[in-house]
Design a protein around this ligand. Structure first.
Ligand SMILES: [Zn+2]
Length: 69
């Protein structure tokens, strides 16, 4: 994903995808980590369309399926 410099500066940076995922997991809305070409760190985006499902969301969905059956 392309990041404009202004957006990069405003956004929180994470040193790794795992660090970004940890924050995404606690957020009340869906967030996806992506690697930034400008700062070479990770940011979070709420534009989740076309993004792969993070591990914690897959686990959450599986847990809900088990609960429902
Ligand atoms: Zn950046």
């Amino acid at each position: 994903m392309r990041t404009r410099p202004g957006i990069c500066r405003r956004k929180a940076r994470y040193a790794s995808e795992d660090a970004a995922l940890e924050v995404a997991e606690k957020a009340p809305f869906p967030l996806r980590p992506y690697h930034c070409e400008l700062c070479r760190d990770w940011h979070l985006t709420s534009r989740t369309k076309g993004m792969r499902l993070p591990r914690f969301e897959i686990e959450r969905r599986q847990a809900e399926k088990i609960k429902g059956s």
